[in-house]
Design a protein around this ligand. Structure first.
Ligand SMILES: Cc1cc2nc3c(=O)[nH]c(=O)nc-3n(C[C@H](O)[C@H](O)[C@H](O)COP(=O)(O)OP(=O)(O)OC[C@H]3O[C@@H](n4cnc5c(N)ncnc54)[C@H](O)[C@@H]3O)c2cc1C
Length: 479
């Protein structure tokens, strides 16, 4: 009887007084999942045990492909100077910046030929820009600068530890004036809010959206602005490849890493926990582990190639929207000037295909991820809506070799206006990629990851407060 009482006291003590480490599963080790693991470890490392699941490769949409002795970016390639978290990680891990400082020519091409062609002489290019776009180019720039300034407030909020249940709430708190941006197309929004003329919207806004999102200016103004921001301000990449950042984040997060594909998450109503079922890709072995908290750091779009089944939930988990297919084709070869009606020496380094009916979005010359003395100088990356046929490539290139073709479900299809995406899908089930519906970019995934890490921190501290309350009640009973 005495022994039973001791066991009972021990059980109550362990259960209610000593806080147990919370078990967290993060699904996906792209920049979103890896940075969430890192933030959690930094802020509440002692209170959590993290398992990180990855069905493919660390880095996700940040990936490189090999060609001879060097590699090339095939996914997310450039980072804006205003991206504070990406810059912070680069500094933290002592990685070098890779900046493309070569003066490269740009052409905007449609069915009527080149609408804009830059010159080898900067002064002529500026004159051409002014002639074609007039003051709209300055208005566009100042609108983007203002947007970036307002965007900075998100960093201040996160620094103060503020977290938000929805993407909309996050933007509303940063600056109320962001909200209308989600309810107007880029075509109408740049005209209404930035007073930019139609030609500038048609050439530059649409052109940037073709390159960056494989879409046109019917997408909402916020994603349009993120896209256009890349035209102004310096861009950089990580020397050695952008995927180095997620790789280092994983290394520094002390997670248990499972090279497994998660296919089912079941809610255990009785214990209020999540049962995560996964499959090891190599051995085909199944694994089932129960968690207090689950973070989805992978898109759960309706056309996902790696879908997860959600079972037994008290409210349905909405798998919303589709992703835009973008095929990245890497070619070593000579671009055929006559395809564009140009002589060989006048072919620009980047050509935006601005017709929405054209399956090619853009063609651009690219450089290796590390500066090497000797490299193939004629490497081109083509973004298209679907894989290119041999016939199309034969017409585009004089002589060529295909290095790699990567068919991405690249970013959300921003077909609908409005924004009501949720970071909290269910109690203690979080979704980082909700933020991609505002705009898909590396920095956006990190902001989503930081928000989810803060939400978890808040949840755990409220649980802790609960457990202290239990402790107090327990003492009262003792008295
Ligand atoms: C071609 C291309 C060009 C781009 N260019 C730029 C750019 O220049 N600048 C920029 O900022 N952004 C760019 N982006 C967007 C940027 O790459 C993404 O927004 C960002 O990398 C998304 O990171 P993430 O971690 O949220 O998602 P992901 O990188 O997609 O990571 C999700 C991870 O989850 C894994 N996963 C999925 N399902 C499961 C499952 N069921 N079980 C286990 N693991 C799973 C995946 O394998 C993946 O590794 C580009 C994207 C593409 C495709």
């Amino acid at each position: 009887m005495k022994l039973k009482l001791i066991f009972l006291i021990q059980f109550i003590y362990l259960k209610h007084v000593l806080p147990e480490k919370s078990k967290i599963a993060i699904i996906g080790s792209g920049i979103g999942g890896s940075s969430c693991a890192y933030f959690l470890k930094q802020n509440i490392g002692n209170a959590v045990n993290i398992d990180l699941y990855e069905g493919n490769k660390i880095g996700g949409r940040l990936a490189t492909v090999e060609h001879f002795d060097t590699s090339y970016e095939i996914g997310g390639c450039v980072i804006h100077e205003a991206n504070k978290y990406m810059n912070y990680f680069r500094n933290k891990f002592k990685l070098k910046k890779r900046v493309d400082d070569s003066d490269e020519n740009l052409g905007i091409y449609d069915k009527n030929g080149f609408q804009f062609l830059s010159s080898n002489f900067k002064i002529i290019t500026y004159a051409k820009i002014l002639w074609r776009y007039g003051f709209s180019i300055y208005r566009l720039r100042s609108f983007i600068e203002d947007m970036l300034h307002k965007f900075d407030k998100i960093y201040d909020l996160q620094e103060k530890g503020k977290s938000f249940a929805t993407v909309e709430e996050l933007f509303a708190e940063a600056d109320q004036s962001f909200l209308p941006y989600f309810n107007v197309t880029s075509k109408d929004g740049f005209s209404k809010f930035a007073k930019v003329n139609e030609r500038t919207i048609n050439d530059l806004v649409k052109g940037s959206l073709r390159v960056n999102y494989g879409q046109a200016n019917n997408v909402h103004l916020f994603v349009g602005s993120v896209s256009v921001a890349g035209m102004f301000g310096d861009l950089w990449a990580v020397d050695g490849g952008n995927k180095k950042i997620p790789e280092l984040l994983v290394q520094h997060s002390q997670v248990n890493f499972f090279k497994n594909y998660v296919y089912k998450i079941e809610f255990d109503k009785k214990h209020k926990k999540y049962v995560v079922q996964s499959l090891d890709n190599q051995t085909n072995q199944k694994l089932t582990i129960t968690y207090d908290i689950v973070v989805l750091a992978n898109p759960i779009n309706s056309d996902s190639k790696t879908p997860i089944k959600f079972a037994n939930f008290t409210k349905p988990i909405l798998v919303q929207g589709k992703y835009q297919r973008t095929t990245a084709t890497l070619i070593s070869g000579h671009l055929n000037g006559s395809y564009y009606g140009l002589s060989k020496n006048n072919v620009p380094h980047t050509i935006i295909h601005n017709d929405e009916t054209d399956i090619i979005n853009s063609i651009g010359k690219i450089r290796p991820v590390t500066k090497v003395k000797k490299y193939d100088d004629d490497i081109w990356k083509i973004f298209s809506q679907q894989p290119l046929t041999a016939d199309k490539l034969d017409r585009l290139f004089e002589k060529y070799e295909i290095i790699n073709v990567k068919d991405w479900l690249a970013y959300p299809k921003y077909e609908k206006l409005g924004l009501s995406n949720e970071f909290i899908l269910h109690d203690k089930l979080y979704y980082i990629n909700a933020i991609e519906w505002a705009a898909s970019a590396m920095e956006m995934s990190v902001i989503g990851a930081k928000n989810v890490a803060l939400l978890i921190q808040k949840k755990l501290s409220s649980n802790e407060a609960e457990s202290y309350k239990v402790k107090e009640d327990y003492k009262k009973v003792e008295l």
